[in-house]
Design a protein around this ligand. Sequence first.
Ligand code: ATP
Ligand code: MG
Length: 440
Amino acid sequence: MRRSPKPDLPPPPELPSFRVEPDVDDSREEPSILDRHAGTQLSRHDAPLEDEAIDADAAKVVRRLERAGFQAYLVGGCVRDLLLGGRPKDFDVATSARPDDVRALFRNCRIIGRRFRLAHVLFGGGKIVEVATFRRNPGETDLEDDLLIRSDNVFGEAHEDALRRDFTINALFYDLDRRQVLDWCGGMPDIQRRSIRTIGEPVVRFREDPVRILRAIKFAARLDLGIEPYVYDAMVASRLELARAARPRLFEEILRLMRAGGAHRSMWLLWEVGAMAVLMPELAAFLDDDEATEDGSLRFFRKMDAIDRKTLDEGVLDDVVLMTALFYEPLEEAASGVRDIMGAVNDFLEPVIERIAMPRRIADGVRRIMTMVPRILQGRIGRFARTDLFLPALDVAEIVLHSRGQSTAPIQALRREALPPVTREHRRPSSFPRQRGARR
Ligand code: ATP
Ligand code: MG
């Protein structure tokens, strides 16, 4: 199924482009900078992005690397978001410099990662510009019998670094000096069509790393993009592979689906693709059985709307709030008519913890909030008003009331009482400092 882009969204501007010819003119003594990528099937697109939109510190990093004689480009999510007219969450740099070269150039730099070493250049306010050396997909010999990528730490050239990435829209490089987008895989036309396409065969790319299925859903939902039909079909066909992915990455990616203001569309796509039945069968079963749950799916998606609205108004919600809200109805069902709510919630969560590696800390929070919310909804607050989970529990109660189409005014009143007009402590800033997934 193809989700066509919304008609009211303007397409990004058509940009002039030209291809670097494979043959280098050897009458020149030194290859010019434009010949750098000769023979790599590169399309260059003139794309003068607004200077103000580009993070000044990231630009500084790129320029210093270039001055030292290395290639350096802005890459990935930031280029994609700028071209789509959005505000990037963070700015990443790809370079020909090795991590030690980067460290030698920047005092405020630390090398992270054991498997693949990356440089983090640190700036004020906790801002990090990530600088990664070009790398390529491991060759055939590095792959085990199956296709699952377990190691990806082989340095490479710029075009190889573009091609190892997941989606064409994520593989664009921005050349700051020449104000050009470098495109090795047709990402620019896909940006213009607002369309998600894997680099290479989708079934292969999803089998290599099934988390890419969740990433496709995240980008479609968050950026309001369409998914190419053959890519969508491959997502459906590959969904069972998700059971083989590293479980902490699954958990993190599920949170990301809910954090960025696109929870409703993300969960809808997750359900439709059939990935929800693999990752969270208790939720999929709940949504599948509308008759027994009396419009449970309607309530569920209204809950997701409430999450999206709160996220846009107030910033990213606490992970415990997101997880409790996500599973609220099935949890409520498991706990109904039971004296030992904690125990019932525990039994419900055990397989979830196992399947998607929900951290114990989050599971404990979910358990405690599940004992508080029914009492908050009945107006019986008691001693837990002073506990650290009271505000998160109020958030969940508000989301639940919203899903039932009931007034949330009582919750606002409780929140005002509990909280003098200061910043909400349990909120995490939505951009820098950033959180990173395990494998990138
Ligand atoms: P976001 O705005 O959510 O940070 P992003 O595209 O920057 O989106 P990151 O997870 O920060 O996503 O990854 C940075 C870049 O690394 C991506 O744009 C993509 O090019 C590459 N990448 C990330 N994850 C994968 C993956 N699983 N397989 C291949 N390439 C990946
Ligand atoms: Mg990113």
